[in-house]
Write a protein that binds this ligand. Structure first.
Ligand code: ADP
Ligand code: ZN
Length: 519
């Protein structure tokens, strides 16, 4: 009964009373010798899935991990519970590395943590092969996939490492894997299909909320008033923006630091320490921040810009509420975000097949943002979990309703068509609302049939409709420079009455005149 022994060791060695959900299945499979791909959310205790088997049935487990800091933490933790672990990396110094190699040869090491490049580097694999590796555990396994959001080319070499090690069991772990990434992991890391264990991605303590960008700073400020004194993370799309937002927050009396890959390493490390060690600090960061950050009491995560995809979104909000207490999230998104992300994909030097995968991934993110039904349901469906409405997200709590918007859409689309398919939202709104501005008169756009057909709705509502049409793919960017729109095939079909479109019903403008701006 391997699991009974495992449970006993979980208690006696690690001091935990029982498995976390999903751990028992993975650990049971690992102990019975199966190759396993475990897809489990961040914080669910994936490390235990190779730590405990190493303790229970001995032998050497090689753990591949992308971050030196993470490896060090784990070696230290293993030291505390009396499990023999070591790392090999360049920052250890030759002396220490030689001693580690000696211990490995002498069979004194249970868990060896290495980076993929180190493992693939010269000599190590043959040395390890001679020392009889029992198991290869690959952490953050999604890094092997170009389709994942965290691709690391060094992971590609792990297949040959695995072969060179002989008959080793492979255990791959990740917190992110949509179908495409999962398929990639299976085909690249395993000699034959592994047992795949997917544990629920639901994090019921995390509240989900999306808002269209209207006045982003005001929206963030409003959100933060509900989180005075809380630790939190604000993700922003660019390095520059993280610094500006951090300064702005500091000016508002909120302790905050910026974090991005362009900062001096010492400054970056200091900012990270401030966030980890002090209470109530807000870190404003790019996506460079987070992997391996284990701060249990992060109370909120804000996305000042729309994430690149649902996995990234999920991982980032997942850094909140690891202690299981209520945590709050807010994601802002706007036309610029959607346009920016679409352009990013267009500009990438990738195969067409891959481009389509990325486009699908982005569409899923946009669909989540523009969703009219339970946010959590949509999110979990993305990870292959079916369930009913949660009753607790922004949409369940009085959110959106889908209504047929074909006539409004036709008004917008015809304004686009009649002005030569190159104007942006502001100009289109002026036409719809019948505002005879200088530009409109100069272009003669007060003469077209669509001029003034939309006086029944506020500018805010029209902008929201335009954004939704863009998000839904009825409008596309006319050119990169101008931020104007053109009709897509779908847009043309709607305009001509061959297709209908349902959009979210929008509440009217916020008190002050809303501006489409970015933070
Ligand atoms: P992940 O890699 O999935 O993000 P970790 O492996 O870092 O998560 O584990 C998160 C935390 O959960 C760690 O502090 C770990 O010690 C703890 N943990 C793991 N398994 C258990 C368990 N069965 N019971 C209680 N705590 C656990
Ligand atoms: Zn819901």
């Amino acid at each position: 009964m391997p699991l009974t022994r495992a449970r006993a060791a979980l208690k006696s060695v690690f001091g935990y009373d029982d498995f976390r959900p999903g751990q028992d299945e993975v650990i049971g499979a690992v102990l019975s010798g199966e190759d396993v791909l475990a897809v489990m959310p961040t914080g669910s205790g994936k490390s235990m899935c190779y730590q405990l088997p190493a303790v229970v049935d001995g032998g050497l487990t090689v753990v591949v991990s992308p971050l030196i800091a993470l490896m060090r933490d784990q070696v230290q933790q293993m030291g505390h519970v009396g499990v023999s672990a070591a790392t090999l990396n360049s920052s250890n110094g030759d002396e220490a590395n030689r001693e580690t190699l000696r211990r490995i040869r002498a069979g004194e090491v249970s868990l060896l943590f290495v980076s993929p490049e180190r493992l693939a580097g010269d000599g190590l694999v043959s040395l390890l092969a001679a020392s009889k590796v029992k198991r290869l555990a690959i952490d953050e396994a999604h890094c092997v996939s170009q389709w994942g959001h965290d691709f690391r080319p060094e992971y590609r070499q792990l297949a040959s490492v695995r072969e060179a090690l002989g008959q080793v069991q492979v255990v791959a772990l990740t917190a992110t894997a949509d179908a495409a990434t999962r398929g990639d992991i299976v085909s690249q890391l395993f000699p034959r299909p592994p047992r795949v264990v997917v544990h629920s991605f639901d994090r019921p303590n995390i509240h989900l909320r999306f808002e269209a960008k209207e006045r982003p700073r005001a929206q963030i400020e409003d959100f933060l008033t509900r989180h005075k004194g809380d630790s939190g993370i604000i993700y922003a799309g660019s390095r520059d923006k993280t610094e500006k937002l951090a300064d702005w927050l500091t000016g508002k009396g909120i302790r905050s630091v910026a974090y991005h890959a362009g900062l001096d390493p010492a400054v970056r490390a200091r900012h990270q320490d401030i966030f980890l060690q002090e209470d109530g600090v807000v870190v404003v960061a790019t996506i460079a921040f987070g992997m391996g950050i284990n701060k249990p009491d992060v109370r909120f995560v804000v996305h000042a810009d729309m994430p690149s995809g649902v996995e990234a979104y999920y991982q980032e909000i997942g850094r909140a509420g690891r202690d299981g207490l209520p945590a709050d999230t807010l994601t802002l998104y706007g036309i610029e975000d959607i346009a920016f992300r679409r352009r990013q994909i267009d500009d990438k030097a990738i195969s067409e097949a891959q481009r389509r995968v990325e486009q699908r991934r982005l569409s899923a993110m946009i669909d989540l943002a523009e969703s009219a039904t339970c946010r959590r349901q949509t999110l979990l469906a993305y990870f292959g979990e079916q369930r009913g409405p949660c009753g607790a997200c922004d949409l369940c709590q009085g959110g959106a309703e889908l209504v047929d918007a074909t006539i409004d859409a036709q008004k917008v689309l015809s304004a686009v068509a009649r002005t030569g398919q190159r104007y942006g939202a502001a100009h289109l709104v002026d036409i719809l609302r019948g505002e005879a501005t200088d530009t409109i008169q100069r272009q003669g756009h007060d003469q077209i049939k669509t001029f003034g057909v939309g006086t029944d709705k506020s500018a805010h509502i029209w902008r929201t409709i335009i954004r939704q049409l863009f998000a839904a793919g009825a409008l596309a960017e006319a050119s990169e420079e101008h931020g104007g729109f053109r009709l897509t095939e779908q847009g043309d079909a709607i305009m001509r009455g061959r297709e209908t479109i349902a959009l979210r019903k929008v509440k009217d403008a916020p008190a002050r005149r809303a501006r489409m701006s970015s933070t």
